[in-house]
Design a protein around this ligand. Structure first.
Ligand SMILES: [Zn+2]
Length: 212
């Protein structure tokens, strides 16, 4: 559905940028140019935004579960991204990351902010109303409440591994009652590999001293 958006279009009768310049045919043999067509294998919007959710998850310090979220508006523009972690200013090294402990206060659960919450709060004033949210994991009931209250109308998720938990059951009740659509992402591509290393020849001659 969202794949139909094709960005700006240009009128076919737009004036040539070369008008006013001498015609190339007036001097020398005429050069034949190959006409380029668009790449047919650009990734889909859904794969693109789900990949951004994955990329955000790489920022998570949580040793057991890394979740990312990406909020997108009807024009396929990103309005917020987030990943799971402790609130700003709360030391990652002092708060616990455990899933189980004698006291709940020694687990991560009372302290951690889920990816959806952070994405909703990271919109820098942009409107979440009418948006869709891409998440690696089907939202818990606390995030379901935030999603609904922020006006997001669609949840696109990859994994639903906690489907049978009360939390996810409650999420489905809330999404169903409030009319928020949920769909599992069907990837068109298997993986994306991003190599941040440049080949030797492309590094340039001047190295910036990174000691400072
Ligand atoms: Zn949650």
């Amino acid at each position: 559905m969202h794949d139909n958006y094709s960005g700006p279009s240009f009128p076919s009768s737009s004036p040539s940028l070369n008008s006013g310049l001498p015609s190339p045919s007036s001097s020398g043999p005429k050069r034949v140019y190959e006409v380029a067509t668009k790449r047919p294998d650009a990734i889909s919007w859904d794969d693109y935004f789900m990949s951004i959710a994955h990329l955000s998850a790489l920022r998570s310090k949580d040793p057991s579960t890394q979740v990312g979220a990406c909020i997108v508006n009807e024009w396929n523009r990103i309005v917020g991204i987030g990943y799971n972690g402790f609130p700003a200013g709360c030391d990652d090294d002092r708060l616990p990351w455990s899933r189980e402990a004698e006291s709940e206060l020694d687990t991560k659960y009372p302290y951690v902010c889920h990816a959806e919450m952070n994405a909703i709060l990271n919109t820098n004033g942009a409107e979440s109303k009418g948006c869709r949210i891409y998440v690696k994991l089907f939202p818990c009931n606390e995030c379901a409440k935030l999603i609904i209250q922020s006006g997001i109308r669609e949840v696109v998720y990859l994994s639903d591994k906690y489907h049978e938990t009360d939390s996810c059951k409650a999420s489905r009740v809330l999404f169903d009652m409030s009319g928020v659509r949920c769909r599992r992402h069907e990837p068109k591509i298997g993986e994306i590999r991003i190599d941040l290393r440049l080949p030797e020849g492309e590094k340039g001659t001047k190295q910036i001293n990174d000691d400072g």
